[in-house]
Every structure is written in structure tokens, then in C-alpha cells.
Design a protein around this ligand. Structure first.
Ligand code: KDO
Length: 334
């Protein structure tokens, strides 16, 4: 081999070795952002975070998502962030209400009107004391609001077996709801018998008839394949559901102001993208679900709204809502 070629070969080889050895060191220098969620990898919130948030922060952080509650059980994510075992989650208002009961206002049936209303509420000064409390007392920053969708009642029984037009028709129906008090209250307020259960167990519970039904937005019914084991969807729209992008305050405080701005921008961009995709899916999926043989119909919405609102009025949950906040939320509506 000629001398110059050998020298060039050695130089190239050395450079490649340096790059190979430096890559893991550089990755180690980056902040690890473990995100745990019960959602699947194909859920639009997961997709938006992976496609938009992860790459946007890649210069200084490694985004590491864990789906299907594979890292942390549903409902324990906030505690894990607080104790330093997790950096991010897609947290629900119901989970926050476990720590701060006043968050139940954002988990109350028929309060948020639509996706845009959620964004207006989240960005309004009315949210500042809520966000501050979570930051100060739990060490969690709520970066942005993600749209999950309109929750509807989804049952195993066919419409012939059970037609649901008003809350009384759900009497005796065991409806799986997530495990916190705020969720269980909503299930009862709908007129059903709420059964607490983790999201990852719902498909099997429906398949084996250990519950009569579950409630979730249409994109989730499709993503989790609940349509394979249910026969009808009653379009109750009882909760325009949201999740917050929750971020460790301890990690946030270690970032430079520029990095913090990048994280914030990335979270907002991911939330906006996920929201648009989820809205589009909600529109499209009625046809898909009907093709799968599900019966989909609207009940007496006025009866449901009035019944649900009457259950909250005067409840312990409502007693925890700071004065005037419900009025402010309503004023931000259409
Ligand atoms: C659910 O358990 O029904 C729920 O929809 C609750 C939400 O807050 C959210 O956690 C969601 O599950 C998961 O992300 C799975 O979609």
C-alpha cells in the first residue's frame, strides 16, 4: 500500500474512532427527558411529542418516551416527577386533583366547550395560581395543554339491548373510569356505576365482560381498538378532555434561559400539532367506527348536561374551586 494512502487511512480511522467514542459522552452530557404515559406510541399526543418535541430539544436533551405505562403506572407519574424518578408526563387534571382538589374544576363534565376553549383557559391569568401551586408544591411545571378529545360512553351491549338517551338509562351500568376520585365522581354524575381501572386493562375487561363499557374520545376508541370489543357509542360529549405536558421543575431550573425557551416552544408546537390531528380524527372516525359495525347516536344532551351539572353543584369537589374561577372559565367560552 503506498505510504500516503496508509497515512490517510490512519487519519480517517482516528477521526471515526474519536466520533464513535465522543457520541456516547456527548449523549451523556445531554439532559435525559424520560416521559411516561399510559398512551400508546400511535396516540396523536405521543406522535406529536416524538416528532416535534424530541427533535426540537435534541441539541441539549434526549427525549425518551415510555408508552403503555411501561415505566410508571397510570396515576403515579406526577409523584415520580416530584421524586426525581421521571422528567415528563402527559398529566390529567384529574391526577392533579389528587394533590390539589381545585384542579377538579378542569375535570368537570360540560365545563370546557371545545379545544380552543381549553387553550384560552390554559393561557388565561386565571391559571397562574394553579400553575404556581403545582410548581411550588409538587416541583412540576405545566408547559402546555394537549387536547385528548370529547369523551363519549362506549358500551359492549348493542343499542337493541340497551338504548341510552338519558342518565337514568345508565343506571346499573358498570362503566370503567380511571382510578381517581374526580373520574369516579364524573362516572356517577353521568348516572352510571363507575369502576376504577387502569387504561391498559380496559380492552381485556371489555372483552371478558367484566365491565359494561368505558368512556373515551373516538381517537382513543380506535387507537386502543376498543371498537373490537364494544357495540355502541353514545355521543354524550360529557368531558372535553385535556392533558397537560408536565415537566420536572428541578430539570427546568438546570436549563439555560435559551434552553427553557426552546423547551417551551417545542411543547407548544407539539400540543398544537397533536390538537389539530386529534380534531381531524374525531371528525373522520365516526364513519370508520360505523363501518366496523358500531351504532353511534346522540342522546338527550340537555338531560345529560343538566344532570351532570346538578351533581357537581354543592359537591365537595365544587367546594374546592376558588371563588369566581368557574365564571371566568365560562366567560372564555363561545
Ligand atoms: C383513560 O384512562 O381513560 C385516559 O383517557 C385518561 C387520560 O387522562 C389519559 O391518561 C389517557 O387515558 C391515556 O393517555 C391513554 O390515552
Amino acid at each position: 500500500m503506498p505510504r500516503t494512502l496508509t497515512r490517510r487511512f490512519v487519519v480517517v480511522l482516528t477521526f471515526a474512532l474519536v466520533v464513535l467514542l465522543a457520541a456516547p459522552i456527548m449523549a451523556q452530557d445531554k439532559t435525559k427527558l424520560r416521559m411516561s404515559t399510559p398512551a400508546s406510541a400511535t396516540d396523536q399526543r405521543s406522535v406529536a411529542l416524538e416528532e416535534i418535541f424530541g427533535p426540537a430539544v435534541a441539541d441539549f436533551a434526549v427525549y425518551e418516551p415510555h408508552y403503555n405505562s411501561s415505566l410508571i403506572a397510570q396515576g403515579s407519574e406526577l409523584e415520580s416527577i416530584a421524586s426525581g424518578d421521571l422528567e415528563m408526563s402527559i398529566a390529567s387534571a384529574q391526577e392533579l386533583a389528587n394533590f390539589f382538589p381545585e384542579f377538579s374544576i378542569f375535570a368537570t363534565g360540560y365545563v370546557h366547550q371545545d379545544a380552543e376553549h381549553q387553550v384560552r383557559v390554559f393561557n388565561d391569568p386565571l391559571m397562574d395560581p394553579f400553575k404556581k401551586k403545582v410548581e411550588d408544591e409538587l416541583g412540576v411545571k405545566l408547559l402546555s395543554v394537549m387536547y385528548l378529545g370529547r369523551r363519549h360512553v362506549n358500551l359492549r351491549q348493542s343499542k337493541d339491548e340497551l338504548t341510552v338517551m338519558k342518565p337514568a338509562d345508565l343506571s346499573g351500568v358498570s362503566l370503567r373510569m380511571p382510578g381517581t376520585d374526580a373520574w369516579q365522581f364524573l362516572g356517577k354524575a353521568l348516572g352510571a356505576n363507575p369502576t376504577p381501572m387502569a387504561f391498559t386493562e380496559v380492552y381485556t375487561a371489555l372483552q371478558t365482560a367484566s365491565v359494561d363499557g368505558q368512556d373515551n374520545p373516538l381517537p382513543t376508541v380506535v387507537d386502543a381498538k376498543f371498537y373490537e370489543v364494544t357495540k355502541q357509542i353514545i355521543l354524550t360529549s360529557h368531558l372535553v378532555d385535556l392533558n397537560y405536558i408536565a415537566f420536572s421543575k428541578a430539570v427546568w431550573d438546570k436549563l439555560t434561559p435559551e434552553q427553557q425557551a426552546t423547551v417551551q416552544k417545542a411543547a407548544d408546537a407539539a400540543a398544537e400539532s397533536g390538537r389539530q390531528k386529534q380534531l381531524q380524527k374525531e371528525e373522520e372516525l365516526v364513519a370508520f367506527l360505523r363501518e366496523q359495525g358500531l351504532e353511534i347516536y346522540e342522546p338527550d344532551l340537555k338531560a345529560f348536561r343538566e344532570h351532570v351539572q346538578a351533581q357537581y353543584a354543592g359537591s365537595d369537589l365544587a367546594a374546592s374551586w376558588p371563588e369566581g374561577v368557574l365564571e371566568k372559565i365560562n366567560a372564555l367560552g363561545n
